[in-house]
Design a protein. Sequence first.
Length: 77
Amino acid sequence: MQEYKELIHIFENSNKEFIDKNMIILESKASERCICASLSQTILNNIKNSKYYEYYVDVEYNMNYVGIKKQLRVLKT
């Protein structure tokens, strides 16, 4: 449960930081892909000095790959 809370905290902080620094992206009605990619960079920056530094963010987690829908999984590299 503690790990879950830590990840929620990282995401909430990253989301706030993203909104504060990238309001122009939201106001310009950029595509979902652009928004997700920008948010993923903020998350990656915020986890690089944490115990989650080996994790990555897959912004295309729900896209089809070779006709097979990908599933969201947390992987370590």
